[in-house]
Design a protein around this ligand. Sequence first.
Ligand code: UD1
Length: 335
Amino acid sequence: MADTVLVTGGAGYVGSHIVVELANAGYSPLIIDNFATSLPSMLPRLRRVTDRTIPCVVGDVRDLAVIKRLFAEHSITAVIHCAGLKSVGEGEQKPVAYYDNNVGGAIALVEAMADANVKRLIFSSSAAVYGQPDRNPVTEDAPLRPASVYGRTKRTVEQMLEDVSSSDAGWSIGLLRYFNPAGAHPSAQIGEAPSGTPNNLVPMLAQVAAASAPEIAVCGDDWDTPDGTGVRDYVHVMDLAVGHVAAMQYLARVPGSTTLNLGSGRGHSVLEVVAAFERACGKPIARRAAPRRPGDVASCYADPSRAQDVLGWRAARDLDAICADAWRWQTNRHR
Ligand code: UD1
């Protein structure tokens, strides 16, 4: 029988793409999602993409009774924990909500897992744990100085999981530090569905190109970078999903805690991303200079060589593929 993998936040942006790749790789994904920042309409879309019904429990990972029942009622082999809040700016305004969701959710989940003796876990961490790195590309052993509440919640959970792993050799834990996930499934059936105005650059560009927003605000043009705009490592969400399947297979063999950067290894400025999106959508995108956002850093891109060595994984899709898929999703998502 196929291994059942619980994906928390499996209706969300990264989680839904992971669900597709797990199904493709022969696993049985099971979703728990509270739909706080995702849409129930993702479920029929997942059925179309995977050609099967993906079971979904509507609930919150912080609800210990719900999550314990989930482990009692399903024979779960492993967990991928994607559920959480991820808006850097919102985290600065609502720190308690960020600690409650991101740290509180992980505590309840690990408690229920230990109770059910399920000790294989992948945690969705973030490059935000590095803050502004001293040098790029950034390796996993770089200093951890998160510049935002969001980044501190991710680092707090990482520390807890490292301690869990040290206390009990039965655990296999993957801490996967995502750089900037972007793009969508090539079918254009699933993708990022931000409620209201998107926070992230690529979905914002998609809205401007679709004329749902007038122009892109370039948040800071005086950073210490080649063209003055922020440099990030955009990694295609399908590449990320493939990385999770590779990590799942690795953790089935290797105990302990493994920390890996999942990034492309290339840094692109905001202006480079705008130009790539213009190529993808075939029209010019209006822009205006805007102030820096609180919690932002100048430049952050990955050295992904450990993921290549450990998992044999590397990002296969470039920035043009990311923008082409994000645009296809934007133009098809309301169908
Ligand atoms: C941050 C985290 C990342 C996390 C993500 C989750 C850091 C370094 N990175 O990404 O790990 O996965 O949040 O949401 O903390 N920008 C504009 N105009 C816009 C939007 C963005 O100029 O309308 C710029 C930003 O200033 C930045 C770049 O575009 O330079 C990327 O921003 P965004 O897509 O929001 O991602 P990060 O903040 O880098």
